[in-house]
Design a protein around this ligand. Structure first.
Ligand SMILES: Nc1ncnc2c1ncn2[C@@H]1O[C@H](COP(=O)(O)OP(=O)(O)OP(=O)(O)O)[C@@H](O)[C@H]1O
Ligand SMILES: [Mg+2]
Length: 345
């Protein structure tokens, strides 16, 4: 079964054709990173307009790269939740128009399910086994999910404030490193000393996370290091830091964030001893330091290029939804849900 997956929940316009949930026939991603690097973050209105400009060429390229025409496509899958309202609208309106035009069944897919199913997009690897624990670590979410089987999700831990990816982005801003913060922090950290600055772990006793305190702890540590009061404007701190100090802060922060994630995962494993696989999902799962630190867990990671937003993971998740008995939606009444949880999608 060949599924065309369409993803526009944030600032990537993406489409892909995937066969049977595992074999990627094409995967086209147009990122708006260059636009938003200038601003240090995503501007929702600009993101929606950029999706509109490129979505049809992106879909055309996904079909031609896969050597497919519309007759070869069995279904269309599109992200309808969660994400930026305007961005989700462009993807779903395009998908439903194409579904009506080409008479294809249309499926709507929750974005976090797609991130999780990026771990099945490798036909050469044994698929993860159930029950499994999935650590979703992205720009907007930090959740521990328990999956007894395909398309079954229980949230057993979630962040109470910032997502870990958001924390990477905000700390990068304090340090004057470019957006998105994850890749630039991990690059700077390669030349830094991770033991230089001691940063606190949040006092959250259950499986929930909290990352806003860590971001503030970095801010206070930087202010102390350069000897300015806490009222000093954070966007001017970078001018007072040496390159070595930036690298040391990046390494110390990255180590602390990764330690927090892995500590929670250990608690989740102790609570769910029947777990047979651990999978990581979302943009932060591209982090090489995390991958090295998690190697003793025999965890499954997506291909680094599939950790961030892409259409292949949408098509992959849709295949397993169909296998689980999910029915297509009526293209005339598709809705978007910018904040819906994976448990209710
Ligand atoms: N190597 C890396 N190390 C750490 N973080 C990274 C790395 N690469 C990307 N990230 C982070 O991943 C995030 C983007 O991931 P993703 O595209 O999954 O998020 P999103 O789609 O914006 O949010 P969500 O999936 O929650 O809706 C950004 O916060 C980015 O800084
Ligand atoms: Mg995402």
């Amino acid at each position: 079964m060949k599924i065309l997956g369409i993803e526009t929940s944030c600032d990537e316009t993406a489409a892909a054709v995937v066969e049977d949930g595992t074999k990627i026939l094409s995967n086209v991603v147009v990122s708006q990173i260059d636009i938003f690097a200038e601003y240090g973050g995503v501007i929702p209105e600009v993101a929606a307009r950029s999706h509109l400009e490129v979505i049809l060429p992106v879909i055309d390229k996904a079909l031609s790269d896969a050597n497919c025409n519309w007759g070869d496509i069995d279904a269309i899958a599109v992200t309808h939740a969660p994400g930026l309202l305007g961005s989700l609208l462009i993807g779903t309106l395009t998908a439903r128009t194409l579904a009506i035009l080409h008479d294809k069944p249309l499926y709507t897919v929750h974005h976090l399910k797609s991130h999780v199913y990026a771990n099945w997009l490798n036909p050469k690897m044994n698929p993860p086994e159930f029950p499994l624990l999935a650590l979703v670590i992205s720009g907007g979410h930090t959740q521990v999910l328990y999956m007894p089987g395909h398309n079954q999700f229980e949230i057993i831990g979630t962040t109470r404030d910032d997502a870990v990816g958001e924390c990477f982005d905000k700390v990068a801003k304090i340090l004057g490193l470019p957006y998105p913060g994850g890749p630039s922090i991990s690059k700077a950290a390669l030349s830094g000393d991770a033991t230089k600055y001691r940063l606190p772990h949040p006092k959250v006793t259950d499986l929930d996370f909290s990352f806003s305190g860590l971001k503030t702890a970095v801010l206070r540590a930087v202010q102390k290091e350069v000897d300015v009061p806490i009222s000093y404007p954070s966007h001017q701190l970078k001018e007072l830091l040496s390159e070595q100090q930036i690298n040391d802060f990046a390494a110390s922060f990255q180590k602390t964030a990764v330690d927090i994630l892995l500590e929670k995962l250990q608690i989740a494993l102790a609570e769910r001893p029947e777990t047979r696989s651990i999978v990581f999902a979302g943009g932060v799962s591209a982090n090489q330091f995390l991958r090295r630190r998690a190697s003793s867990l025999s965890a499954v990671f997506p291909e680094p290029t599939l950790s961030g937003d892409n259409g292949a993971m949408v098509a992959g998740a849709c295949f397993y939804e169909i296998e689980s008995g999910v029915q297509p939606v009526d293209p005339y009444s598709v809705n978007i849900y910018p904040r819906t949880s994976i448990e209710t999608a």
